[in-house]
Design a protein around this ligand. Structure first.
Ligand code: CP
Length: 304
């Protein structure tokens, strides 16, 4: 594996190896405080053209725990403001000795295009591009599910809810769930926020949240991505919450041991209530801590 750009087509063997390694890391002191030296002498750059809290910070922590130096590139104070392209930015940083780029970009396909420009020996990791892919989020989500429900996904009923159309997380989660053989993938949201292409092939699709919740083992809530939406696509936040907000009352329709995931950032009171987000069935912070382990496993695999 030279770059990690998407989970679409990533062989199950490689995906499972990354999950296994991240699980090992989590179970040892390495996942918390201990440092190792597998990336000593390497420099990793977080090249983010869009905001981030979880992905950027966890990649930084992951790289540092592996012994790498980390350069946090700030697009807002860089020469991209003077018109320098992302390609020239990457090539200039590469000339300074950066070996690993963790890239987030607003445009679909932009990270793959940058990877095509990178020199031999440089690894590019997609940290989220447009609505296309967010592979490390997909990996950490299925790692979190696997820890909660076991490695056999064949009997799992998973429900994904909300703004699927604008969500790169949803696309990467769907690829990972299919690769791991999830028993049933249900997708629920307002018609206007569901993709009309083949993204949802093989999924059970519906717009009645209460009905779709019946008996599911896991509920993957998605953020309403208002920054990517045309005005008027959602009538009002209250209306959205009334139809697609996960409340404690609604959650009783799922299996009694169902777990709840959300990639963050959360619009509290819109897609999920505080009671559920902070409640006993929520794995939201588990996802975040798994993010460090997954990113260590990915960096080790590509650069170690
Ligand atoms: N889940 C996620 O990608 O969060 P950030 O945008 O904070 O990185």
């Amino acid at each position: 594996l030279r770059h990690l750009l998407t989970l679409d087509g990533l062989p199950k063997e490689i995906l499972c190896r990354l999950l296994d390694r991240a699980g090992q890391i989590r179970d040892t002191a390495l996942g918390r405080t201990q440092r190792r030296h597998s990336l000593d002498g390497a420099t990793v750059c977080t090249l983010f053209f869009e905001p981030s809290t979880r992905t950027r910070s966890s990649f930084q922590i992951a790289a540092q725990r592996l012994g790498a130096d980390v350069l946090n590139f700030d697009a807002s104070t860089s020469s991209t403001r003077k018109g320098e392209t992302a390609r020239d930015t990457l090539r200039n940083l590469e000339a300074m000795g950066v070996r690993g780029f963790v890239v987030r970009h607003a445009e679909d396909g932009a990270v793959e295009a940058l990877a095509g420009e990178a020199g031999e020996g440089t690894a590019v990791i997609n940290a989220g591009d447009g609505r296309s892919a967010h592979p490390t989020q997909g990996l950490l989500d299925v790692l979190t599910l696997r820890q909660a429900k076991g490695a056999d996904f064949s009997k799992l009923k998973v429900l994904m809810v909300g703004d699927v159309n604008h969500s790169r997380v949803a696309r990467s989660d769907l690829h990972a769930l299919r690769t791991l053989g999830a028993g049933e993938i249900r997708v629920c949201g307002p018609q206007a926020l569901l993709p009309q292409d083949d993204t949802l092939h093989g999924c059970v699709v519906g717009d009645d949240f209460d009905a779709m919740l019946e008996g599911v083992d896991a509920v993957m809530m998605l953020r309403l991505q208002r920054e990517r939406m045309e005005e008027g696509l959602v009538a009002s936040l209250q209306d959205y919450h009334d139809h697609y907000g996960l409340t404690a009352q609604r959650l009783t329709r799922a299996a009694s041991d169902a777990v709840v995931l959300h990639p963050g950032p959360i619009n509290r009171g819109v897609e999920i209530t505080d009671e559920v987000a902070d409640g006993p069935q929520s794995l939201v912070l588990r996802q975040v801590s798994n993010g460090v382990a997954i990113r260590m496993a990915v960096l080790e695999t590509l650069l170690g």
